[in-house]
Design a protein around this ligand. Structure first.
Ligand SMILES: [Zn+2]
Ligand SMILES: [Zn+2]
Length: 373
């Protein structure tokens, strides 16, 4: 950027930043205002929540959720939304990763003064994500984690009687989901994935105020505001299926910055033939009561899989132990038999020697008798 270029918005301050969504040159204050305002517009235009709503904001300690918490805090004071703000964190049980990001969540809890509720996989399902990966392998770690996290977040929200769950999904996440569902040919998901409010009618609705904010804008905002977040990526994220669409969108973004919002707008305007839409059957899981289209919810199916895998592992461990015990017994028996044989041999030799000695004695006695005679 050349020196002393004026901000394209206020036309008074020096432009120091490029706005990712349209590549315009802006000053710091205008950048903050643009990002905050697009969150405010999303909240107001889509009536995401109203005064008196209890909001359970998903707090992972990462960049997106930390920035979301900060902006909601700023806007709630500025526009007097009157929302009751809470943090809900999920402890998946990922050693060296989640424990550190939860420390960031706790520091932010002190900073903003919101109540914090933590729900752990281990307490709720009996298995930490580290154990799940050990039992089922790392390949579908993100899918398994997603199933449990969804339910854990709802349980956390219900604990505080939340009326809405607030998630930090940004514009790039929306574009990625759109692309992923297009690739999969999943039209029902394609449409459902485009909404800013997801309300199944059971439990609190999920709202996403970052829908029109670019990933890069969140990165810049968090950096410039010096927000306290944990920047390490989850060790299991390398196995996520989103890899390719993400790489593709990043490449596209370099030559066409509007493509992210383009994907979102296209999806919003898409009309899907009602006949082609899969009807969502809403049942309650016969085991836990969670919303599902099957008899058992995905969480219960996964838990059953883990229980089976765990019991198979225990059987295997027992088998190994039994084999070891049997080998040990065999070894000892052989040793004993060997000893017995050696004793027997020795005895045999002794007997033979004695016999020989007796023979020699007898012969000597005979000789002696002969001589006497
Ligand atoms: Zn400006
Ligand atoms: Zn269930």
């Amino acid at each position: 950027m050349s020196k002393k270029m004026l901000c394209s918005k206020c036309k008074t301050e020096t432009a120091t930043l490029i706005l990712p969504r349209d590549q315009s040159k802006v000053c710091r204050e205008c950048f903050f205002h643009i990002v905050e305002d697009s969150v405010h517009r999303a909240i107001v235009d889509h009536k995401l929540f109203t005064s008196g709503d209890i909001l359970a904001v998903g707090a992972s300690g990462g960049k997106d959720s930390t920035t979301l918490i900060h902006i909601l805090h700023v806007l709630n004071e500025k526009y007097e939304y009157g929302a009751d703000l809470h943090m809900v964190s999920i402890d998946e049980g990922i050693k060296g990763y989640r424990d550190e990001s939860l420390d960031a969540v706790r520091r932010n809890q002190k900073k903003y003064g919101w109540p914090l509720t933590i729900v752990s996989f281990k307490d709720m399902f009996g298995y930490s994500l580290d154990t799940i990966v050990k039992l089922l392998g790392p390949k579908r770690a993100c899918t398994h984690c997603g199933i449990f996290r969804r339910q854990a977040l709802e349980v956390g929200a219900k604990k505080i009687s939340a009326t809405k769950i607030v998630l930090g999904h940004n514009a790039n996440d929306y574009a990625e989901t759109t692309l992923l569902n297009l690739i999969r040919g999943d039209l029902s998901r394609l449409k459902r994935g485009s909404t800013i409010i997801t309300d199944s009618g059971y439990g609190p609705a999920r709202i996403k105020p970052f829908k029109y904010v670019y990933q890069e804008e969140i990165v810049k905002y968090a950096f410039l505001k010096k927000l306290d977040y944990h920047s390490v990526e989850c060790p299991y994220a390398v196995n996520a299926q989103r890899g390719l669409p993400r790489v593709y969108l990043n490449q596209l973004d370099r030559v066409a910055s509007w493509s992210v919002l383009g994907f979102i707008k296209s999806n919003e305007q898409l009309q899907i033939n009602e006949k082609k839409k899969k009807k969502l059957i809403a049942n309650k899981c016969i085991k836990c009561g969670f919303l599902t289209s099957q008899k058992l919810c995905q969480g219960c199916v996964l838990r059953q899989k883990l229980d089976d895998s765990f019991s198979q592992l225990t059987i295997k461990l027992e088998e190994v132990e039994m084999e070891e015990v049997e080998e040990y017994v065999d070894e000892k028996e052989k040793e004993n038999n060997f000893k017995k044989e050696r004793i027997y041999e020795k005895e045999k030799v002794k007997v033979k020697i004695n016999e020989k000695v007796k023979e020699i004695q007898k012969e000597k006695e005979k000789e002696f008798e002969k001589e006497k005679n």
